[in-house]
Design a protein around this ligand. Structure first.
Ligand SMILES: [Zn+2]
Length: 253
């Protein structure tokens, strides 16, 4: 026998299925990431239509039978319309959602990940710097999921780092002191300010996030570093990153 559940979730992905259905990937507060079938939601009269749109924050009633989830009812709570109507915000949101979807294992419940995503979408929707919001999301998510690199002491000999320029080893997962630079010949030279920004973003409370400032060059360097790090540990390339870069190029000319 199956069972019924009520959840609150953000729609990470929605694809058409059959004539009138959709399969959605949800990040829920209660059950983590799950896939569910939303039957008949593409019919004009469906009351759950708005709830299953991409990026919507919605409340769902699910039926679970033999490991399959079916959406019985959905009610939309928030649509983040400013993101949906702005190409640049949309590109960033697509990237963040894909990043989350790729990095998060199926069915692993984490309220902290859910609240981080919802807070991030609110920050993007209310006009905060897309680049800063994205960096914050990336480093906080890595931290919650246990991928946080060693940023205070040398990852090899544990010496505290005081230099203005440090080495960052993607493979070893942290910073290296000058004495240990032969531990990883592919480690890249990084300004200590970028490591400081990474630490600040990882630890700053979301409520005071808007007070954080960073130069766009630090922000770009941190993005490159985080992406290199994620790519190495996830062994995946994100499709939406290409789209995001295209949109960024469009805005630069
Ligand atoms: Zn060392």
């Amino acid at each position: 026998m199956g069972s019924y559940r009520k959840i609150e979730a953000v729609v990470l992905n929605a694809r058409d299925y059959g004539e009138a259905h959709k399969i959605v990937t949800l990040l829920s507060r209660e059950m983590g990431k799950i896939d569910a079938v939303a039957k008949g939601v593409r019919k004009p009269k469906s009351r759950s239509r708005g709830a299953v749109q991409w990026l919507s924050l919605s409340r769902f009633e699910l039926y679970e039978g033999r490991g399959l989830y079916t959406i019985i009812q959905g009610e939309n709570l928030q649509r983040f319309t400013d993101i949906q109507e702005d190409l640049r915000k949309l590109a960033y949101a697509s990237y963040l959602v894909e990043f989350l979807n790729e990095i998060l294992p199926q069915g692993e419940a984490s309220e902290r990940v859910f609240f981080l995503l919802v807070a991030t979408l609110h920050l993007l929707n209310s006009g905060n710097s897309e680049a800063m919001v994205s960096r914050m999301f990336e480093v906080k998510l890595l931290k919650i999921l246990g991928y946080n690199p060693e940023l205070d002491n040398c990852v090899s000999c544990n010496a505290p780092l005081k230099e203005n320029e440090v080495l960052f080893s993607v493979a070893l997962g942290g910073v290296l002191c000058p004495q240990c630079n032969n531990e990883d010949p592919s480690a890249s030279r990084v300004n200590a300010g970028i490591i400081a920004l990474w630490k600040k973003l990882a630890t700053t409370d979301l409520k005071v996030f808007t007070r954080l400032k960073a130069s766009s060059s630090h922000n770009n360097d941190l993005q490159r570093l985080v992406q290199e790090y994620v790519l190495y540990h996830l062994e995946k390339r994100l499709k939406s990153l290409k789209f995001l870069q295209e949109v960024e190029n469009l805005y630069m000319v």
